[in-house]
Design a protein around this ligand. Sequence first.
Ligand code: KE4
Length: 436
Amino acid sequence: MSTEVRSETSNAAAFARAQAVIPGGVNSPVRAFRAVGGTPRFIRRAQGAYLWDVEGQRYIDYIGSWGPMILGHGHPAVLEAVTKAAMDGLSFGAPTEAEAELAEAIIAQVPGVEQVRLVSSGTEAGMSALRLARGATGRHKFIKFEGCYHGHADALLVKAGSGLATFGFPTSAGVPEDVVKHTLVLEYNNLAQIEETFATQGHEIACVMLEPIAGNMNFVRASVPFMTRLRELCTQHGALLVFDEVMSGFRVALGSAQSVYARLIPGFRPDMSVFGKVIGGGMPLAAFGGSKDVMAHLAPLGPVYQAGTLSGNPVATACGLATLKEISKPGFFEALSARTRSLVDGLAGVAAEAGVPFSRDSEGGMFGFFFFDQLPQNYATVMTTDKERFNRFFHGMLDRGVYLAPALYEAGFVSAAHTPADIDTTLQAAREAFRL
Ligand code: KE4
């Protein structure tokens, strides 16, 4: 672990300073390390697969800004594009050719999407997709699944109520009950629940929104039977199937998770898709899209209002375009998938040597692991996995220069900048951390 003598402060001092002026010292809760304990690392800079904190400690970065940094930090082509765009103007509040170019680049890789609207965050994209689904169908109810996160819009901050297909109740203060009264929260991968819910309420359901590979409960795939039936039920009842691919989009495959399911389920495609993270390359940019018919309900064409001062921002758009150009190159995902798989298979081998119950999965540059002897299929099971063991492992790895997600329900990410030597270093750290 290399240490640069640059620091004029410590993580603890930086945290104390931040806590005085920012709630919890962070601008997004997961960064505060509340789930794992300890002092969050304040990052001063990043390059390739590495982060450096204010104490000069280097970390191999397996968060990658929670997904966007698929090329690694500081890719020269991306920095060049961002710098040029910035020199031409930071924001116009007027349309630019680059927005159409980015929309074309997204649409080219996702057959089910004919048009997209660019926005500034995954929350904004998910919220807008829900409003559009409701406006396009004239229905209010929608289904989400426990363990899937779709951003912090009020109607989406809901967890399962007791019993089958009851209306959820808010997971956050400040969300009135009547805002979530149309939100049905079901168990991920539970065929019986979607059958019964559609049988009794199908005619009232505007959409089903889900993460096809759920990275907000670490890494849980929708089973093929579940996804197949979900598609059939949505089609049968006139509900829109909305894929939240903010995390999985352009991360698990160039065609996103929906291309993985299209290979497993002939002719499969969702009705709407939500993207973020990778398509912005680390800048504030997200999108939602679908058929021209569905998107025609959006203002200024139709009655579903949606807007944004910085939507399609030229600097963010340049960053996203440069990122998509690089990941579209032949062999990119094959190499990234192999590198990610070498990490998780290596971790499984080291866990076995240590006699630690462990399961893992990965797709493209996204991975997950559990201190549990099999891969969980739903949120309830994920939450029974060994939290104490995870927290010890997390800090053991952090102390050895490996930065994993600071919560057992979060996914991990490998970039094109991670080398076989980085994987070996990670596995060496794990050999010790598994024994803590
Ligand atoms: P943002 O509003 O954070 O850009 O996107 C919300 C969102 C929507 N949909 C999915 C599937 C997501 O994973 C996210 C955001 N992901 C989290 C990581 N679990 C971002 C990290 C954070 O909240 O700080």
